[in-house]
Ligand binder design. Structure first.
Ligand SMILES: [Zn+2]
Length: 195
């Protein structure tokens, strides 16, 4: 066991689209079970290597430092950075999770009643149809509201409070996996695959 086990490996589908990020253990298991191959770019080319080839390559080109090595019982393997799945053609997309932050993002941190832009600390989630009228907590019934508008609307329907929505809220579109990988978590070796 060493620190490399906390490193992460980018996984591409057969169309070379990034679909996941896995830990080193999972990556090795994908490799050894022949579910995936390593894409090595250390010489500037995209070299695709299966488990046997990766072992040979690791023996011929031993990892230069421990942070680039995975120690198994018998050998010291190079740490892969990117893997290519052998099967799996689908491009999984990530459903945007319903939460406070993502509602604010959908609405651009704009109060959907007065149109003002606020810091998230000064924003609330408003049930368009109030909960006690049966309104549900869904993308379609929740909007970003400033505290003032939220208080003014209280437990009423917008028109009862003389208020109007800026736009009809709906469920945000699915976010491709690539966009969900935060910039500061991307490794240099992933750059060519995350465009
Ligand atoms: Zn407002």
């Amino acid at each position: 066991m060493n620190d490399t086990l906390s490193r992460r490996v980018l996984v591409l589908n057969r169309l070379w689209q990034a679909v996941n990020i896995v830990g080193v253990k999972r990556a090795l298991s994908l490799l050894m079970q022949e579910h995936a191959q390593v894409i090595d770019t250390s010489d500037g080319n995209f070299n695709i290597l299966d488990a046997g080839q990766w072992i040979d390559y690791s023996l011929a080109n031993p990892p230069r430092c421990d942070s680039e090595a995975i120690h198994t019982i018998r050998l010291r393997l190079r740490l892969p950075h990117v893997m290519l799945l052998r099967q799996y053609d689908k491009v999984p997309t990530k459903e945007v999770k319903f939460n406070r932050q993502n509602v604010f993002e959908r609405d651009g941190y704009e109060c959907q009643y007065c149109g003002g832009h606020f810091h998230e600390h000064d924003l609330n989630l408003d049930h368009i149809i109030p909960r006690d009228m049966g309104g549900r907590t869904t993308w379609e019934n929740i909007v970003t509201s400033c505290i003032k508008c939220n208080t003014r609307k209280a437990n009423r329907l917008p028109h009862q409070a003389g208020m109007h929505l800026k736009r009809k809220p709906d469920r945000p579109r699915y976010r491709p996996f690539v966009q969900s990988v935060p910039m500061d978590e991307r490794e240099d070796e992933w750059t060519s695959f995350l465009k």
